[in-house]
Design a protein around this ligand. Structure first.
Ligand code: ARG
Length: 446
């Protein structure tokens, strides 16, 4: 094996292993995925279908909701039908409804056909996805808005969640159109966003995912659109309306819908720009994803360590121990001393830690084992961990914090520490001072 293929193999193996926790977490979970009619016309669409196939084969319960806006527009133009819009909504008169039914029907069947592929030597080989559809969406008219009757333009009134669940349990992929039916037997033209959101809420879905046609705008010249938003942050962002360029209408609708879904019990909503191939896999199977994720609560926590964190802390500190940046402490010692540790956690992964060792007789504390994952440095997490530890010390009534370091002297000086000689260490610590390691001793008065 050449060196190159060896690294490739190692990378492949470690990459595949890194995906395992997601495979386990997603099995049998319901994901509702909404995508526009524009996406269907894209040459990449078939790759998206391959990714859907992959998710289905991992046991994810999938509900696909498609749009058909450009197809409807094209059909209306073809029939030379003028349809006014009110507040961004098209009036669907009986003639327009005819076009809507034709376009939506065509799109629906094209998607079902792609999902039915099974060519050998393609990612769809042996797939045999069963696609199902039905009268799952009950709709009602939008009514009269600004004096205009929107006629067959409607909104979701009810989703038949038990019927969808039973199809999903049988292993089917459920494909839903942006059409709804009323108890009076009428058909209504709905938005994909409305149908996807209400379906996700009714199913208590784990995820609602929107594939966007455009990238997210920047918040300003130097700040990119947030990759993570709580419901409250998302609402504030929608209200402030300060992004540059302004959030495009469709993106705004997706963000509003995603926020509503999370507020009403959907665990996570994701907005991803569909332009790059494989985005959905990148979003779902990596820690940081690639899009914007909305959750009810923040995923970050700064807290006392628990015994379950030992594995995560070890993963974080072992490379630093190997480099000699931190003093080696084994799993056993860590288990014994876990109460002294604080951790910074993001979405279930430990990204930072620090420990506090009190020397009460000498009214001092040692800050030890401060570590931040290399990919998450320079985000102020170290500073926050330090503050947390300082707070712990002062609540214990201790006002002197010292630290031993070989490499981070400057960082500590910038954070209010000053260098002293090892002679100033508390007595018990002085006995343990390793003169070969020649760590610098720094102190901060709290
Ligand atoms: N892969 C994880 C998930 O699907 C995390 C995704 C994080 N994405 C983000 N845009 N911050 O839940």
């Amino acid at each position: 094996m050449t060196a190159e293929t060896k690294t490739e193999t190692t990378e492949f193996v470690s990459w595949f292993r890194s995906v395992a926790p997601y495979i386990n977490a997603f099995r049998h979970k319901v994901f509702v995925i909404g995508f526009s009619g524009e996406m269907i016309t894209d040459s990449n669409f078939v790759h998206f279908i391959h990714d859907i196939n992959l998710l289905a084969s991992l046991g994810v319960r999938l509900v696909l909701v498609h749009g058909a806006r450009p197809q409807i527009r094209f059909r209306l133009d073809e029939s030379q039908l003028e349809t006014p819009t009110v507040m961004g909504m098209r009036v669907t008169d009986p003639a327009a409804l005819q076009c809507v039914k034709e376009s939506v029907g065509r799109v629906h069947h094209e998607i079902a056909a792609l999902l039915s592929m099974g060519l050998p030597n393609s990612p769809m080989a042996n797939a045999a996805i069963r696609v199902t559809s039905g009268n799952f969406v009950t709709a009602c008219p939008q009514g009269v808005i600004q004096g205009v009757d929107l006629m067959h333009t409607g909104k979701v009134r009810k989703i038949n969640a038990p019927a969808i669940h039973s199809r999903l349990e049988q292993g089917d992929v459920v494909l839903i159109s942006p059409l709804g039916y009323s108890p009076t037997g009428e058909i209504f033209n709905l938005t994909m966003e409305n149908v996807a959101t209400e379906t996700a809420i009714a199913l208590h879905a784990e995820k609602l995912i929107f594939l966007l046609d455009a990238p997210m705008p920047s918040v300003n010249e130097s700040i990119a659109f947030p990759r993570e938003l709580t419901v409250a942050e998302s609402k504030a962002l929608l209200k402030n309306n300060k992004t540059k360029p302004a959030i495009p209408d469709n993106t705004r609708l997706s963000l509003q819908s995603a926020t509503r879904a999370c507020e009403l019990g959907v665990a996570r909503a994701h907005l991803i720009n569909r332009q790059t191939d494989g985005v959905i896999l990148q979003e779902l199977f990596t820690h940081n994803g690639i899009g914007t994720m909305i959750t009810q609560e923040t995923l970050q926590a700064l807290r006392k360590a628990k015994i379950e964190d030992v594995g995560g802390i070890l993963q974080l500190i072992e490379p630093l121990e190997a480099e000699g940046i931190l003093v080696r402490r084994g799993r056993e010692l860590l288990e014994i001393e876990i109460d002294r540790f604080a951790v910074f956690e993001h979405d279930g992964v430990i990204l930072g830690c620090a420990a506090l060792y009190p020397f009460p007789e000498e009214n001092a504390c040692e800050l030890a084992c401060l570590a931040i994952h290399p990919d998450y440095r320079d985000h102020g997490h170290g500073n926050r961990l330090l503050k947390y530890i300082e707070n712990q010390a002062t609540t214990m009534g201790i006002h002197k914090l010292f630290v031993l370091t070989t490499r981070a002297t400057h960082w500590f000086i910038e954070h209010g520490f000053s260098e002293v000689t090892p002679a100033e260490l508390p007595k018990t610590k002085k006995g343990l001072y390793n003169y070969q390691r020649r760590s610098k001793v720094l102190v901060k008065q709290l």
